[in-house]
Design a protein around this ligand. Structure first.
Ligand SMILES: NC(=O)c1ccc[n+]([C@@H]2O[C@H](COP(=O)([O-])OP(=O)(O)OC[C@H]3O[C@@H](n4cnc5c(N)ncnc54)[C@H](O)[C@@H]3O)[C@@H](O)[C@H]2O)c1
Length: 266
């Protein structure tokens, strides 16, 4: 007996697919940028006996996000969403990082509020790096409302063309959007939370390991858990947060970082 439908954006990616396996007793909707990886992810899940369907969706296209909401609602018995779709600073373009990680998250949170109903839960992916950006009235309003005209130009001077720095700002924005929407979702009986992974060994992190080995080693040295994270560490947390056992957890962030933040934000 399947326990409701769960949408996973970025479902063909490292953490998204790991979440799909951890939620195998649900009906899974895989969404990702292109059709081919979506089809592959769905076929792999189906081959494991997991009920899954998929849809290609560029989350920066509001029309595509609306169609994804309709597609997901049509599966029936909506239980929740795991929003993992995102890019790291390795894409090199701060505007792209802003549009995909932050503006699209705001679009998704607005669009999917229609599916917020008693017992549903929404998990957005932040990052421990979001916690390294301090509160500041000069940019926080733009991070909270990235769809507003001129929001990018407000944040841009603080990152000085650096896409990795923009990544950190966008993840602070995701944390703020979650808090700002907690009451709106709560009034509909739904929960919304963020998870902030540390370094998790997916393709994204492996690329960072190749490009910034010294920084990555420094991070490992500062990790109380003494190891990098595995996708399953995150997927188990997401499974818990989506379950009714997490019924009193909303409007907050849960770090799954091996303790790194405890060392850098003393
Ligand atoms: N892996 C880590 O160490 C780590 C650490 C902290 C936070 N995160 C966050 O976790 C999330 C997932 O990361 P991952 O490691 O699985 O990365 P990944 O690159 O494996 O997966 C991300 C997925 O998002 C999809 N995507 C990118 N742009 C898109 C768009 N415009 N529309 C639709 N889909 C799009 C990609 O196609 C990809 O499948 C990201 O939000 C990332 O910032 C990851």
């Amino acid at each position: 007996m399947k326990q409701g439908t769960i949408l996973i954006t970025g479902g063909a990616g490292g953490l998204g697919s790991s979440c799909a396996y951890a939620l195998k007793d649900h009906r899974i909707v895989i969404a990702d940028y292109a059709q081919e990886p979506v089809d592959r992810a769905v076929a792999e899940l189906n081959a494991q006996g997991i009920e899954a369907v998929g849809m290609a969706c560029d989350i920066t296209d509001p029309g595509a996000v609306r169609r994804l909401r309709e597609f997901t609602a049509n599966q029936g018995d909506f239980k929740g969403m795991v929003h993992t779709a995102g890019v790291s600073g390795t894409v090199g373009d701060p505007r792209k990082v802003f549009d995909i990680n932050l503006a699209a998250t705001a679009t998704i949170v607005d669009e999917f509020s229609e599916l917020a109903a008693p017992g549903t839960a929404f998990v957005l992916f932040g990052s421990m790096m979001g916690h390294t950006i301090p509160p500041d009235p000069r940019y926080d309003a733009a991070l909270r409302d990235p769809l507003k005209d001129g929001a990018f130009t407000v944040v841009e001077p603080f990152v000085q063309g650096n896409a990795d720095t923009m990544y950190n700002f966008t993840k602070r924005g995701v944390l703020l959007i979650c808090k700002d929407n907690a009451m709106r979702y709560g009034k509909r009986g739904a929960r919304i939370v963020t998870v902030s992974p540390g370094v998790i060994m997916t393709a994204m992190a492996k690329k960072a390991l190749e490009e910034h080995p010294a920084v990555m080693k420094q991070t490992l040295d500062m990790t109380p858990a003494g190891r990098y994270g595995q996708p399953e560490d995150v997927a188990r947390l997401v499974r818990f947060l989506l379950s009714d056992r997490a019924g009193f957890i909303t409007g907050t962030d849960v770090a799954v970082d091996g303790g790194v933040l405890s060392q850098i934000l003393k």
